[in-house]
Ligand binder design. Structure first.
Ligand SMILES: [Zn+2]
Length: 377
């Protein structure tokens, strides 16, 4: 049987399951078995093709939830790896394998922290839960969102949730994420009237309209940032006309853009702004918006303070509160309870030879264990 107070062997067992999204490859059975040994009530939740898991021990408050994912991105060119990407080889004190850093290592650290906190057969003072999905790196539709709905129906509402995504930059302890920027994708099609380039008075050139609209959108920054966020950013990603003729004014011109936005905007407010800014330049246009996440912020308070204090106690480092980077499942969890993210150093995530020093893995487990004690769970 795998020892549970040390995260290494469980991390190795999880990496040994090639759970490339949407495959589970036995990863959640390994995790569920470990949690059952600690006394957790484990519920496997399959939604669509996605395996998810919710586990809880304790009935009282305060309720601390650890969240993460057992799926991983593909290994890429396996022959470029020094070892088998799913071999979980330990060499010179470093654990190698797909998911070592993002984020099977952190899941093993959750379990090790719980094992150390609970000791031999002790019940927790409050409650501890784990919300684990098998679809974070994919479309994420049948993952954390569905588990959260399932939890809400049963009145399962944690007081605080810590997501174990790799957040640290240079040393373990340097970054806690207390929010994330939102992300909006827009596809714009500006319509005109097709015609001969020699007779522009009989046509209406949508390319000219599109470039004026895009110039208006990019003329000024969206904002100057806010207390915990860097300025929002609008980036044009493509301009497409696809016109092979040199003597034809086309009927339609298209462009794509992405906005990473801070807490001064919402997807809806940006949609309205885009329409208002494009309108003066284009009488007829279509704008398709997809919002992959709203921005959110968990304001500093007792829960975030407990996390930062645990990090400092376990690592000696005072973390910076940050909101940068891409999106994560925290964007869903924030609708249900306060959420922050803290995990390993992210430099090798999604890369060839993804890895984590074993000492870093153990230090992360110690941060989580300290948090469980400080939070009173
Ligand atoms: Zn991840």
């Amino acid at each position: 049987m795998i020892p549970l107070t040390d995260p290494l062997e469980l991390a190795r067992a999880l990496i040994g399951c090639p759970s490339v999204t949407p495959a589970d490859a036995g990863a959640q059975a390994v995790l569920g078995g470990a949690l059952e040994r600690l006394g957790f009530a484990v519920t496997r939740l399959r939604f669509g093709e996605t395996e998810n898991l919710y586990a809880r021990i304790g009935a009282a408050g305060p309720h601390l939830c650890f969240a993460g994912h057992t799926d991983v991105v593909p290994a890429g060119d396996a022959s470029a790896w020094h070892d088998d990407p799913f071999g979980a080889v330990v060499r010179d004190g470093i654990l190698y394998g797909r998911g070592a850093c993002d984020m099977k290592g952190a899941i093993a650290a959750f379990v090790a922290a719980c094992a150390a906190h609970l000791g031999d057969g002790k019940a927790p003072r409050g409650s501890i839960s784990l919300l684990i999905t098998g679809d974070e790196e994919g479309p994420a539709t049948d993952g954390t969102v569905r588990v959260l709905d399932w939890m809400a129906e049963r009145g399962e509402r944690p007081d605080f949730c810590v997501v174990g995504e790799p957040t640290c930059r240079a040393v373990l302890g340097d970054i806690v994420k207390i929010g994330r920027r939102g992300s909006l994708n827009a596809k714009l099609a500006v319509h005109g009237t097709q015609g001969h380039v020699a007779y522009p008075q009989r046509a209406d050139n949508p390319v000219h309209r599109l470039v004026r609209a895009l110039a208006a959108l990019t003329a000024a920054p969206l904002d100057a940032g806010s207390e915990f966020f860097e300025p929002s950013s609008l980036q044009l990603t493509t301009i497409d006309v696809g016109n092979p003729a040199t003597n034809v004014i086309p009927a339609t011109a298209r462009a794509g853009l992405n906005i990473r936005f801070n807490d001064r905007h919402s997807g809806a407010s940006l949609g309205a702004w885009l329409r208002a800014a494009i309108g003066p330049h284009a009488e007829r246009f279509d704008l398709d918006l997809s919002i992959s996440g709203e921005s959110f912020l968990t304001a500093p308070g007792p829960a975030v303070d407990a996390l930062t204090a645990a990090i400092t106690a376990a690592t000696g480092i005072a973390p910076t509160l940050d909101t940068g980077g891409g999106t994560s499942d925290a964007r869903f969890i924030t609708r249900h309870c306060p959420v922050a993210e803290f995990g390993l150093i992210g430099s090798s995530m999604h890369q060839i030879d993804e890895r984590v020093p074993v000492a870093e893995l153990r230090a992360l487990a110690e941060v989580y264990r300290t948090l469980l004690g400080a939070f009173g769970a």
